[in-house]
Design a protein around this ligand. Structure first.
Ligand SMILES: [Zn+2]
Length: 252
């Protein structure tokens, strides 16, 4: 009897296994993050060769096994092949996949994270927004999806409603700090942000994901967001991503 199942997902990572196989991590709409084997995927001419690559998005037909799945066939909707043609885009995409992998689990509802990853990869391909800004949006929204988004309208320390023109941003404490509380924190943890950066942070946290990659900001605001978003994400998870090191090398 055919017990195959169909899942919609994006390949996050690929590892060689044995002589000819690959182990593939897929972020799926239906089952969260799963592991699947692509048997024979490293043999030339094998039908799974092209589809078991990072960023491939489509419908995966799988045989369920005891601890993982085996890929039977894949109907690809998007290869994101443009990303593989540009090394900078490859680094960004790898980083996005690594972060998504870190944050997701099997059996969880990860649809929002999947949508965010998909939209971020789409934005890389479109090239309308700078890669740096795409990264900031991805990082901030990832924190928001995980319930760790920055607090913007009240003070993170006293929880009073904040006076907008006097607020400062504390990465370590996760958001706005009021004029009275700022003395309690080291100056090195307090950033003064452009009003447009505050608005951008709000927008990134509250706009539907499909409309997230459609705004522009000044160079100054992009610099501020860029300096803030990676620190913000890392200070929440206390984890250094490999992809971040690669992006440092290319100045992303
Ligand atoms: Zn306060």
């Amino acid at each position: 009897m055919d017990n195959r199942i169909n899942l919609t997902g994006i390949v996050l990572s690929v590892m060689p296994v044995g002589d000819y196989d690959r182990r593939v991590t897929i972020l799926t709409k239906e089952k969260g993050k799963i592991a699947a084997f692509a048997r024979g995927a490293r043999r030339p001419g094998n039908s799974l060769l092209a589809v078991s690559q990072p960023c491939v998005f489509g419908n995966f037909t799988l045989f369920p096994g005891r601890d993982s799945f085996t890929i039977s066939e894949v109907k690809v909707e998007e290869y994101f092949s443009e990303i593989r043609e540009d090394l900078d885009s490859v680094y960004y995409a790898m980083y996005f996949c690594e972060v998504a992998d870190f944050y997701t689990k099997e059996g969880n509802d990860e649809r929002e994270m999947m949508k965010l990853l998909y939209a971020s990869l789409k934005a890389l391909v479109k090239g309308q927004m700078s890669k740096r800004l795409i990264r900031s949006v991805f990082e901030i929204r990832t924190s928001v999806l995980n319930g760790e988004g920055p607090m913007l309208n009240e003070c993170v320390l006293c929880h009073e409603k904040i006076q907008e023109d006097k607020r400062l941003f504390s990465v370590a404490n996760g958001g706005a700090v009021c004029d009275r509380c700022k003395a309690k924190l080291p100056a090195s943890d307090l950033r003064s942000l452009n009003p447009s950066s505050w608005y951008a942070l709000w927008f990134i946290g509250n706009t539907p994901i499909t409309k997230l990659f459609s705004f522009t900001v000044s160079k100054e605001v992009e610099d501020e967001l860029s300096a803030l978003s990676a620190d913000y994400l890392f200070s929440r998870v206390k984890h250094k991503f490999k992809g971040d090191k690669l992006l440092e090398i290319i100045g992303g």
